[in-house]
Ligand binder design. Sequence first.
Ligand code: ADP
Length: 448
Amino acid sequence: MFQRILVANRGEIALRVIRACRDLGIEVVAVYSEADRGAPYLDLADEAICIGPAPAAQSYLNIARIISAAEIANVQAIHPGYGFLSENPHFADVCRDCKIEFIGPPQQAMALVGNKNEARKLAKKAGVPVVPGSEGLIQDENEALRLAEEMGYPVLIKAAAGGGGRGMRVARNDINLRVGLKSAQQEAESAFKDGSVYLEKYVEQPRHVEVQILADRHGNVVHLWERDCSLQRRHQKLVEESPAPNLPGPVRDDICAASVRLIREAKYFNAGTCEFLVDKDNRFYFIEINARIQVEHPVTELVTGIDLVQEQIKIAAGEKLAFAQDDVRRAGCAMECRINAEDPAADFRPSPGVVTKWQTPGGPGVRLDTHVVPGYRVPANYDSMVAKLLVHQPTRAQALATMRRALNEFIVEGIKTTIPLHKEIFNHSAFIDGRVDTTFIERNWMGK
Ligand code: ADP
């Protein structure tokens, strides 16, 4: 096992990794940008090293600075968290060259699944259904128009290197397609330095269901069941839960089995997530593999009792999984609300600033993952998520009630948050009945 790890991230996920290290008895080194100087969670690390100015390109995304910090601090491994460098195969490569273990999948598997077009090919090889679409990348407009006619509108233009919903456009006719193609390519080029795109059939009002995987270096692959993440705004998740409500048992089993096949085919190890869309007839289609720990991982931790971050560290250190598929039990229902520093009443405008009041919920069945304390200043430079509020109860009805209570207990002043939106969601009949799809937020809240 490692003696000392560096966390190449910030905020709640940095704190989450610090806690996992403490639980494992490992020393932990944090890094921070000038915008995060003095953040209270940094005190919980054994050492904290400044890696540069506020802009992420000069700090959390700067490989040379992070590696220098790791060498100065003399760590054996780096945990990248999510976002930033977590899915950057080049970073994983540099770590290996510097004899520092990267806590994540092997570089080849990461590069393979990081390209959505390659991941689609992989899924087809593993006998996993994919959304009908182009065989490969789109070369020119005429090819796109011809394919769209074959598939039938609506279609979705997707960036091969895409992530975070960027480089994605829906086209409902030829004109949309011509315009969307150009703007998706431009957006992908500027965001990922790779403008290649492909076409998929646009699945109308799908649910988003994903499967948590753990795999070790010794060929053991287990799934930790599914999460439903259909509640999204602009393809960004807002609420996640496990089990997926109203998903027939045999469909659930098929999706989990398909995920295990995919991970084996990719020769992937560490934690990973296989994402699927489920249509109105409960047909499922693979969309992508996320090669990192995900924001919503605690939902799975609550229902399975397995600490995913500790497992990641143990896998990276070469340990075998201590449990087989049949040992993975799931109990009750868990739900997560992402609390963002955004104003839902003003088109989700970011709302950074000083948190003057921060009165947090607690009690039975509540877990709060956050790095925020009263008086904390939310920097404007990074992702706006300030907390993940989770509940775990024996039944979904109880989980809904506990989340309503917890949301009411949560009092935040000084910044605007998504708490008021979550309160409305948890009182909406369609959500209560577990009948929502990825367009639910847009249809019910946007433009109001
Ligand atoms: P990203 O990597 O940018 O997050 P994903 O491929 O994971 O992109 O897709 C994100 C979300 O976009 C999905 O959860 C779903 O809401 C929507 N989406 C993706 N592909 C399709 C599709 N073919 N039809 C309908 N919606 C889709």
